[in-house]
Design a protein around this ligand. Structure first.
Ligand SMILES: Nc1nc2c(ncn2[C@@H]2O[C@H](COP(=O)(O)OP(=O)(O)OP(=O)(O)O)[C@@H](O)[C@H]2O)c(=O)[nH]1
Ligand SMILES: [Mg+2]
Length: 410
């Protein structure tokens, strides 16, 4: 089965711009209002990562994408986005809407934590004068809530479960924990890494202290559901200072300055045929000035100024960073004909697969079709016209033909 797109969860305090970010990224209409708890049921939609298309590197005039889009030489590959209700401090104790709805995000691979960097909403999400609330507090509080949610799921009935692990070798301990948490999109290697990093590999699970269990779960959350901080509302001047402080405090983590409202405005203007703009572009072009009123023109100029400063609105950049930097995924193109770069129907570079870094040629074969994986003989790297074996680790941008004893037309 072709790889399912990564699931990106949009989380954060209430009234910070989650649904605005979601709508801007997916163009799926979402309810947006300046008051707390507007979103209750999750919004689900398709967003995209953006990458230069392989057809450009290959010097081809174009391509025929099937599972993705290609616009002006840029490949847009789908990812799933989910926007959920807002959190507030002590949500795990039942405040606000609580944090049960976070269960919708059990399968998330990465979380985008949207923060009102302008400090224009208080702890409860009520609008306040920009600069009067400290967004760094929100980052700490909300991440604590996310960790609590995660911890409580895994913690349930831990003691009994842990006793059963005590006499197992490490390998089986890892297997058992991984199996227990598999519904949370946690893989075996996540469990192994977290155990090693918190130094609990050789300690009997039933003797872990509460603190040890908590530090293990926290580390597991950081590894299995990493958080990218979306510094939103950067269009409000008060946000700049906060952003500098937050970047310092979060040193080493990914934090992306964004203006979700600006991105949404640009996508709407593009849809209406008023501007030429591709998500992630550092600028846009007005198609016909006479179609815009002075107010619209002025608004667009303000957006342009913002984009000059930050290299774009930040929305596409955030999704790209989450998938390529944090999840470390790469793009590969399976083909049937390695000379023409086509599938069996003559489509040029029809599919762009997002796969984890470290994926091998044979694993790719299995992703294309189980039969191809089972009968795997070798693969051909189309760009290099080179034969490689099943253990070849794929590189970003590889165009790959799988040769299998069990052919499968695709
Ligand atoms: N200035 C500015 N305002 C924004 C930005 N993003 C969102 N907003 C505004 O913030 C308010 C809340 O936006 P929503 O997208 O509904 O926020 P939410 O986080 O989904 O809120 P809940 O669903 O109620 O938790 C709206 O008035 C938006 O227009 C931004 O980048 N800049
Ligand atoms: Mg919302």
């Amino acid at each position: 089965m072709p790889p399912s797109p990564p699931l990106v969860g949009v989380v954060g305090k209430t009234n910070v711009g989650k649904s605005t970010f979601f709508e801007a990224a997916t163009m799926v209409p979402a309810r947006i209002e300046n008051r707390p708890f507007v979103t209750i049921e999750p919004n689900i939609g398709v967003g995209y990562v953006r990458r230069r298309c392989a057809h450009v590197d290959l010097g081809l005039p174009g391509c025929n994408p099937r599972n993705s889009l290609c616009v002006r030489g840029e490949r847009f590959i789908p990812v799933k986005l989910m926007d959920v209700a807002g959190l507030v401090r002590d949500a795990h104790k039942g405040r606000g809407l609580g944090n049960k709805f976070m269960d919708d995000l059990r399968q998330a691979d990465v979380l985008l934590h949207v923060v009102d960097m302008a400090g224009s909403t208080d702890e409860e999400g009520n609008p306040v004068r920009p600069g009067t609330h400290d967004p760094l507090e929100d980052i700490r509080n909300i991440e604590f809530e996310i960790n609590e949610w995660f911890y409580n799921i895994i913690r349930r009935d831990w003691e009994r479960f842990a006793r059963g692990l005590d006499n197992l070798p490490l390998d089986q301990v890892i297997d058992s924990i991984a199996k227990r948490v598999s519904g949370l999109s946690i893989r075996r290697e996540h469990v192994a890494l977290a155990l090693r990093e918190v130094g609990l590999e050789s300690k009997k699970p039933s003797t872990w202290s509460e603190d040890e269990l908590r530090s293990f779960m926290t580390r597991l959350r950081e590894i299995a559901k990493p958080i990218v901080v979306i510094a939103n509302k950067m269009d409000i001047p008060e946000a700049e200072d906060n952003f500098r402080r937050a970047s310092k405090e979060l040193k080493g983590r990914v934090i992306v300055p964004t203006s979700a409202v600006f991105e949404l405005a640009l996508r709407k203007a593009e849809k209406a045929g008023l501007i030429e703009y591709l998500p992630g572009d550092p600028d846009f072009k007005i198609i016909d000035e006479s179609k815009l009123n002075p107010k619209q023109l002025k608004a667009l100029e303000i957006i342009r100024g913002f984009m000059r400063k930050y290299g774009g609105t930040g929305v596409q950049q955030a999704i790209n960073k989450a998938v390529f930097e944090v999840l470390q995924m790469i793009v590969v193109y399976p083909v049937e004909d390695p000379h023409k770069y086509t599938d069996g129907y003559g489509n040029v570079l029809p599919d762009a697969y997002l796969v984890r870094k470290g994926t091998t040629a044979q694993e790719l074969a299995y992703l294309i079709h189980t039969d191809l994986g089972k009968g795997f003989l070798y693969a051909i790297l189309a760009k290099e016209n080179k034969r490689v074996g099943g253990s070849y680790v794929l590189s970003d941008g590889d165009v790959v033909k799988v040769v299998s004893a069990r052919a499968s037309r695709r």
